[in-house]
Design a protein around this ligand. Sequence first.
Ligand SMILES: [Mg+2]
Length: 373
Amino acid sequence: MDISRRKLLGTSVLAGMACSGVTAAGWGAPGAARLSTSRKRLLLRHTWTIARNSSDFKENVFVRLERDGVVGWGEAAPNVRYQQSADETLAALARVRSLIEAGDWFQYVSLRQQWERAIPEESCACAALDMAVLDWVGRKLNVPLYRLLGLDAAQAPVTTFSIGLDTPEMIKQKVKEAGDFPVLKIKVGTANDEQIVGAVREVTDKPLRVDANEGWHDKEQALEKIRWLQRMGVELIEQPLPAARLEETAWLRERVEMPILADEAVTRAADIPRLATAYDGINIKLMKAGGLQEALRMIHIARALGLKIMLGCMIESSVAISAAAQISPLVDYADLDGNLLVSNDPFAGVTVDRGRLILPDRAGLGVSERAAG
Ligand SMILES: [Mg+2]
């Protein structure tokens, strides 16, 4: 490198450091901070039905962190399966407000331990804090989070598009609407599974992944269903039996070729070792894990145990989906379509091109608020 180029680079690095508040004396004490929360009703394009329940909207909670004129965003998607609600999530966030506002957000590792201790049962509130702090750090340093983590956006996987339970006619219509997606995820776990998958197969020969959401309760019945699904070109199945039935799932796994992934059976890193005997892989979701930091630990533990990894989501806006997408280059399968199922997403962020996740080339999570309207 010639001297003039080195000088130029040196000048711009110093200018950048000045902009981001880094002085020659090092990192100063954190400035005044503000944590604010809001709730938003996300409307579903189609009524969303799975083996457990059905809904037309979801109430998610947004976290906004501001310090030094830089804003970070996070989102919580409370889920009844994990005994969570928007009210309870807002109350949990209120309990840690002063802790977060007083904390140094660059020390997000130890700060996370503190909020986890304060609200240990509130995984989606923790997830919202974790993504807001990491979004803020990325924006403050003016670098996309995936770059901060050393990941290659070009390795982001294809996401499936999920087809909820419905009548055969509606399922066929939804499959047609999902024409741009090369792989579909079909919800099963009902008395009508053959009808559902049959309807899908009438209109497409794309690879399918299925999710029974703990809907089958008998291992012999599950075995019969999976063998049939194998013949229908299904490449993997999530949570065929209830989460607590580990031995029966291990029995099932011995008898089928299709990979069986844990979803409801796995929330955090500590759950993974005992699941390795019964499942071929795990579905990691930020809302179950409590955020990106725990999701990264889960990815590394699952890899060490030889498990496949899916990165999934709840019904979420572009904030949480863009957060998960930041670490998606590390996983085998992505199911990050929650924002695409919503008709009033208040944010823009990650986009999808023929199923492939396109990470925004913007700082932090790369999300921005859409104009209201
Ligand atoms: Mg699932």
